[in-house]
Design a protein. Structure first.
Length: 482
């Protein structure tokens, strides 16, 4: 297909050129009713924040420019069908799950899934069968699953209808995706791939295999994270050999807004064009920048940035070099402290900070100048904090056990209990540090020592803990057990 085309973006520009008089919504009427905003961002943005109409097509039932743009999207990523998603990759993940499983069905997932997958189980009533990803005690994070962990889960639950795989994890680790997908199909399971952080994989052989290349049935790709589109814009990709594309559209339309943003859809259109026509060149450069940054950071006392040398370790079949995770436990700083120092003192905004690491994500918009700023800041921080005498809190990371399904726990009777008194209780909430939104404890899991220790460390380090009713996480909502 001709990937120099941008059907939606071209139609948007033609609409603006016509100087249409709007008597439809939105109420700001091309920005005239929101002048302060229009004066700051420019008239073009407000003039293109418009409602669905024939010249611009309808996302819920596309027949013209949106359909053409979605066909181009599918072609670019090697899929049979592609869908514009304006509710973020969270919504794409929920669509994959709700398309393939329903009440009483079982789905195999790694425990380090994003909260959107858990929320999908609450909505559809399916039962999770968790695989334990490989835990890296040095970094204090979970990497990916192995084929053996999937086989064990399947042997215990052969009635499972689908398996959900992360490609890559937040920190860049991938499994042997092809053999995992092949195993799923051999056993009659759907293979669903969460590629929220891997939308760039398909466009350069220097990255791990993409979900569509591996033959997955569905994959969700967050173009706004690494592909250049606007925040909240995403895509859902489908192979139609085992999935009904029309049914997928029906699932999407049950929850997606009927007033989609054309600013988001236009950005998806342009980002797809860029990746399809220039992606290889751009990504080749980003790989060089990332490896340069990694080499420099690994020479700084107290810093470690994991890279390709980790391939072959448990849970790391392959690695995405654009995930630049800086581990500073040997500097005496945890990742949340480093995150705050870089933002407050050096004007550098990292993606997240956790127990041991602070993560930088490199993408199509980065170059040497920005990574040099990070390198120089880390050198200065090392000169201030590095010492051979480390007084550092370590946490034994292990996941809690599932007692109830997320749906059962969500609707169960609950009570508020002080955090220090929750050991052994079943969580009625899903608590996490955000980003990335991976629950420390989720609905229906029995709270263990590791959960309490992590929450206390997040609080002490001024990390962002979300998902609970008490904004300070002093009290946790737990299930009333009778």
């Amino acid at each position: 297909m001709d990937h120099s085309k941008t059907p939606v973006f071209t139609a948007m520009k033609a609409y603006r050129d016509r100087k249409v008089i709007p008597f439809d919504v939105p109420g700001h009427k091309h920005g005239r009713g929101l002048r302060e905003y229009a004066e700051y961002f420019g008239d073009a943005m407000l003039e293109l924040d418009v409602n669905s109409m024939k010249p611009l097509d309808f996302l819920g039932n596309p027949v013209s420019v949106i359909k053409e743009a979605e066909d181009l999207l599918a072609d670019a990523f090697g899929a049979d069908r592609g869908y514009f998603i304006v509710g973020g990759t969270s919504f794409a993940v929920q669509t994959m799950i709700m398309t393939t499983v329903s009440t009483g069905d079982k789905i195999i997932l790694p425990r380090n899934v994003h909260k959107s997958a858990i929320n999908a189980l609450i909505l559809c009533g399916a039962e999770p069968v968790y695989m334990s990803p490989e835990i890296d005690s040095e970094m204090g994070v979970s990497h990916n699953i192995t084929l053996d962990s999937l086989k064990r889960a399947y042997e215990e639950h052969p009635e499972a209808k689908a398996a959900f795989i992360i490609n890559p994890t937040y920190y860049g680790a991938v499994c042997n995706l092809k053999e995992v997908v092949d195993f799923c199909h051999e056993k009659g399971m759907y293979a669903l791939v969460d590629e929220a952080h891997g939308s760039h994989f398909h466009f350069h052989e220097g990255f791990p295999m993409s979900g569509m290349e591996a033959g997955a049935d569905m994959s969700s790709v967050s173009l706004h994270k690494t592909g250049g589109s606007l925040t909240q814009s995403s895509a859902l990709l489908v192979k139609t050999r085992r999935i009904d594309g029309q049914y997928v559209r029906k699932v999407i339309n049950t929850m997606q807004t009927t007033s989609p943003s054309y600013l988001l859809m236009g950005s998806l259109d342009v980002a797809r064009k860029m990746l399809a026509t220039e992606g290889y060149k751009i990504l080749s450069h980003i790989i060089e920048v990332a490896e340069y940054a990694r080499r420099e950071i690994n020479q700084i006392p107290g810093c470690y940035a994991i890279g390709h040398e980790a391939e072959g370790r448990p849970g790391i079949y392959g690695f995405d070099p654009t995930k630049l995770s800086v581990t500073t436990r040997n500097m005496g700083l945890n990742g949340m402290e480093l995150y705050d120092i870089l933002r407050d003192e050096y004007n550098i905004q990292m993606e997240t900070g956790d127990v041991y690491n602070s993560l930088a994500i490199l993408s199509v918009g980065d170059d040497y100048d920005v990574v040099d700023a990070l390198i120089n800041a880390l050198k200065d921080i090392s000169s201030r904090f590095f010492t051979t005498r480390i007084d550092y809190q370590k946490i034994d990371l292990h996941y809690p056990k599932v007692v109830l399904t997320p749906r059962e726990a969500f609707y169960a009777d609950k009570e508020m209990v002080a955090l220090e008194n929750t050991l052994g209780r079943i969580s009625g909430e899903s608590l996490m540090s955000y980003p990335p939104g991976i629950p420390v404890v989720s609905y229906g899991e029995r709270i263990n020592e590791s959960v309490i220790a992590q929450i206390k460390l997040f609080k002490a380090s001024h990390g962002v803990v979300t998902g609970m009713e008490d904004p300070n996480a002093d009290f946790i909502k737990v299930i009333v057990e009778r």
